[in-house]
Design a protein around this ligand. Structure first.
Ligand code: SF4
Length: 108
């Protein structure tokens, strides 16, 4: 292998690592700080569903408005439009998978 080829290969490897790393950082940043979590009591939302709702299988994770997000541990998006309005959020709003609010609906 010529010296020029060797240097070109190193440049490709370093570039690949930089691209991969930037993707990871972006996901981590999203998980850490760019998420709008619904505050407790907004539309009577609670982060921990009452026992009778848990027994009935009615938590955010089983709600028709809930969309899981693999990048976020323990929570997902609440797509109920009223919740987004209540939070005055431009983007998605997130709830805990074990949460609950009275707008819970059965998944289709
Ligand atoms: S509508 Fe209520 S129960 Fe359903 S995901 Fe949103 S906060 Fe949870």
């Amino acid at each position: 292998m010529q010296r020029r080829d060797f240097l070109a290969r190193i440049a490709l490897v370093v570039g690949g690592i930089a691209v991969a790393t930037s993707g990871v950082v972006s996901k981590a940043a999203r998980a850490a700080g760019e998420i709008v979590w619904v505050k407790e009591k907004k539309l009577n939302y609670v982060e921990k569903a009452p026992a009778d709702k848990v027994t009935a299988g009615k938590t955010c994770a089983s709600c028709g408005y809930y969309v899981a997000d693999a990048a976020v541990k323990g929570g997902g998006k609440c797509t109920f439009a009223g919740m987004k309005s209540a939070m005055a959020a431009k983007g998605d709003v997130y709830v805990k998978e074990g949460g609950f609010c009275p707008m819970w609906k059965k998944k289709a």
